[in-house]
Design a protein around this ligand. Structure first.
Ligand code: NPG
Length: 367
């Protein structure tokens, strides 16, 4: 297929509850949505980049610029484009994985819709529903945290992830354990907030029987994570550190983690995400699907990824009402603690254009 035109649209979706991590606080999701228009139909993607470069070096207006100025012109010159050709064609551009992932995903969506195949089928899903976890931001108080966790558990969420930072770690974890008991599937995410000197502080989490501690140290510090992994009983999981298949292999080789969070946006798309999954399966390393507060467009594709056999831990794939009062696709709902994997062609969801138009703050057409 050939890309005739593409639309880059920025939409603002208010969050139902502000979301704070050790790095940033947000009250809305500002989404860069990519629509490719081809002779055989359209494809959509939700680019993972945030407005500020606080989670990853990439950020929204940078992603928009690199797509418009470098990536899209290259793809639009190609006479015959498939999702599998996107990364090789874009290889001259270094980094910018989220921007590349958005284009690969939109092309894959168009390709699969034209072929009548779902993302789940294409990626090799082995289940039609996945267990839902939920990521709980850093709240204003312990009481607020306990009430949020209680609410999520009442809704049926099967795993709770607490955001932590120095000064907000053992106390909230202890409080949640004491209140909800030892059987609660519980993990923590530091978003790089600790340093190698904090090993003792992190070791204090060992007594709580956590599933894992996610990204405690700086993204570039793979040796530090390896050292920490040897010092902790709690399994170390990587997120921000792993932006490619090569880095996933290096991390496993160094023993820098024993669990991996896979986000397709962070690694350049669903094809690399699947390759990292395959690598982890070969190494016996469990993986789970991370989230970036995606709209329904991004969540649909994440659900397909989370249905692959190596995703043995519940992911950050929650129901729509955990994020937004109004989404740009039909809502995803919890069914007995699970979310259904879309089965229709492509991502299997349709964008509700009048809602999207209302939430759009800018839109540019490139042709
Ligand atoms: O459920 O989509 C979700 C959110 C999961 O905690 C989550 N995401 O650090 O992984 C993260 C965090 C995040 C959200 C990071 C938005 C950056 C932007």
């Amino acid at each position: 297929m050939k890309i005739d035109a593409a639309e880059l649209r920025v939409a603002r979706l208010p969050l139902v509850i502000p979301f704070r991590t050790s790095q940033a606080s947000q009250a809305e999701r500002v989404a860069l949505l990519v629509r490719v228009i081809t002779g055989q139909g359209e494809g959509w993607a939700d680019c993972g980049a945030s407005p500020e470069p606080w989670y990853e070096p990439e950020f929204l207006s940078g992603a928009r610029a690199v797509i418009a100025e470098h990536l899209l012109p290259t793809l639009m010159q190609a006479p015959d484009i498939t999702a599998a050709r996107v990364q090789p064609l874009l290889a001259q551009v270094k980094g910018n994985e989220m921007a590349k992932a958005a284009l690969e995903t939109a092309v894959l969506d168009a390709e699969l819709r034209a072929a009548g195949m779902s993302f789940a089928q294409y990626l090799g899903a082995v289940t039609d529903r996945v267990p839902a976890g939920v990521s709980v931001g850093i709240p204003g108080s312990l009481a607020e945290l306990l009430s949020q966790v209680e609410g999520y558990l009442a809704e049926g969420y099967q795993r709770i992830k607490l955001k932590i930072e120095p000064g907000w770690d053992t106390e909230p974890v202890r409080a949640v354990r004491e209140r909800f008991g030892p059987d609660l599937a519980l993990q923590v995410d530091a978003n790089q907030a600790y340093s190698r000197h904090d090993a003792r502080r992190l070791r204090a989490l060992d007594e709580f029987g956590l599933l894992l501690v996610e990204q405690p140290l700086a993204a570039g510090d793979l040796p530090g994570h390896a050292e920490l992994a040897r010092a902790l009983a709690t399994p170390v999981c990587l997120d921000e550190s792993v932006t490619s298949l090569r880095l996933a292999a290096v991390a496993l080789e160094l023993g820098a983690c024993s669990v991996l969070n896979i986000k397709a946006a962070r690694v350049g798309g669903y094809l690399t995400a699947r390759a990292i999954h395959d690598l982890c399966v070969a190494h016996g390393v469990p993986v789970w699907c991370g989230g970036l507060l995606e709209t329904g467009v991004g969540r649909a594709a994440n659900l397909a990824l989370a249905a692959l056999p190596g995703f043995t831990l519940p992911g950050d794939v929650s129901a729509t009402d955990r994020y937004f009062a109004e989404d740009i696709t039909a809502p995803f709902v919890l069914e007995d603690g699970h979310i259904r994997v879309p089965a229709g062609p492509g991502t299997g969801v349709e964008v509700i254009m009048d809602v999207l138009e209302r939430l759009t703050v800018s839109c540019e057409l490139l042709c």
